[in-house]
Design a binder for this molecule. Sequence first.
Ligand SMILES: Nc1nc2c(ncn2[C@@H]2O[C@H](COP(=O)(O)OP(=O)(O)OP(=O)(O)O)[C@@H](O)[C@H]2O)c(=O)[nH]1
Ligand SMILES: [Mg+2]
Length: 248
Amino acid sequence: MNHELIGVPSGISNEIGIILPTYREAENISKLIDDIEGLNLDISILVIDDSSPDATEEIVKKKQLNHKNILLCVRPKKSGLGTAITDGFKFFLSLDRPPKYVVTMDADYSHNPQAIPQLLSTIRNCDCGIVIGSRYIKGGHITNWPFTRKIISRGANFVAKFSLGLKPRDCTSGFRCYSTKFLKATIGNLHSHTYEIQIETIRQAHLRNFNVKETPILFVNRKSGKSKLSWIEVRSYMTYTLRAIIRS
Ligand SMILES: Nc1nc2c(ncn2[C@@H]2O[C@H](COP(=O)(O)OP(=O)(O)OP(=O)(O)O)[C@@H](O)[C@H]2O)c(=O)[nH]1
Ligand SMILES: [Mg+2]
C-alpha cells in the first residue's frame, strides 16, 4: 500500500471497523463522522482519502483531535473506489486483533449511519460473509436519484444477475457489513480498481460458499459534492463482468 497513515492505531476497536472512501467529500465528511461517533458503538473509522483537492483531509485531521478512534489513510492520487476499499480491508486484517466486522459506506451521506446497527445485528444473527444494505428489497427505497442514475443502477444489477448469476437484489450497494472471516478468505482474490468491487465481493462469496443476506436501507441522493461515477467506472464494471463470464 503506497500511503501515509495518520492517527493512533492503539485507538482501534476490535469489534467494528468502518471504511469511508473519500474523494472530494469536504461538504459531507464532517457530519457523517459526527453522526457515526454519535451512535456510541465500539467502532473505529478508517478514512481512505485520495489526496482530495478540497478540505477533506484537513477536516478529518481536525476530527482526530477529539476522537482517537479515527484513522486517516492518504493515498497520493485518485486510485479508484475498489482499491480504496481493498486497502481498507488489508489495513484491518493486518492488525494483531482485527475487528470482527468491517462496514463499508459512501461518504456522501447517501448512506445513513442510523442503519449501521441494523447491518450489525443482521450479521450477528446470521452465519453470513456479507450483509448488504439493499435498496431493492421490500422496505428499501431510493430518494432523489435522477432517472439516468436509476437506469445505470438497475442495468448494473441486471448484468450482475443474468450474466454472473448473482442472487442478491442489490448487488451494487456499497453500504455493507463484512465478516472478518470472509475477508480473510477472499482478500487475495479481490483485484477491483473501481465500482466493480461490489460485485467481485459477492461473486467471491458465492464461489467460497459464504452466505450473503440483504437488509433494507433508505438511500438518499447526495445533497452536496459531485458524483465520481463516470464512464471509466462503467467501462471497468463491464470489463470485469465480461472477463468473469469468459473465465467461468
Ligand atoms: N478514496 C477514493 N474514494 C472514492 C473514489 N471514487 C469514489 N470515491 C468515494 O466513494 C464513494 C462513492 O462515490 P460516489 O461519487 O458517491 O458514487 P455513487 O454513489 O455511485 O454516485 P452518486 O449517486 O452520484 O453519488 C464516495 O464516498 C466517494 O467519495 C476514489 O477514486 N478514491
Ligand atoms: Mg454516492
